[in-house]
Ligand binder design. Sequence first.
Ligand code: TYD
Length: 212
Amino acid sequence: MNKGILIAFEGSDGAGKSTALRALAAHLEEEKIPFITTREPGGSPLAEKIRALLLDPENEIDGRTEALLYAASRRDHLKSTILPAMEQGKVVLTDRFLDSSLAYQGAGRELGEDVVEQLNDFGLEGFRPDAILFYDLDPQIGKARIEARGDMNRLDMESLAFFHRVCDGFAGLLRDHPDRYIVIDASQSMDDVAKDTIEKTDEILRQAGYGR
Ligand code: TYD
């Protein structure tokens, strides 16, 4: 049996990563590769409760509290959902993981990427995804997509300045650690984004010993 792997989907809001994740899931289904899909914040019963707190527009949450809540939800997600699935040899596809905290809390909330990484490492104990797909999109286009979608959560309602800090945070991570990410051009049509996602993941899966 294969050792399971974790693939994280990252990017700013409106980049189309959730749609790409669904397209990949359908492909894995066809290929009969065992997988689960999950998301952050959330992904386990306890972490979903923390998600509800985090995304509720009624809650006023200071930056450090927010970072701690994301880190706590991630720890539970890892222990309760990700590691057990990996132990069963499954491919785990997660909509967001650690890098979202580095960009949103580290850069967006201006807490600093290193501090946020250390905070998360208390929960992750050095665990990292096997691959990170980064959906790269011009911030202006991303913001317009979220607004067109309506139904904004607490973080979607943040100022344009916050949104730009998050995008700059991701851009900085990409610049500083180019080998950590597989970059997907999210300005393409959704069909092409999905196709790119499947092609690039097939390569990762082959290397990990899945499929043909
Ligand atoms: P969600 O509705 O899932 O948005 P999206 O579809 O864009 O992922 O809400 C998740 C929000 O939480 C999103 O605005 C990004 C934010 N977030 C953080 O600020 N830090 C984190 O560590 C994670 C995982 C998400």
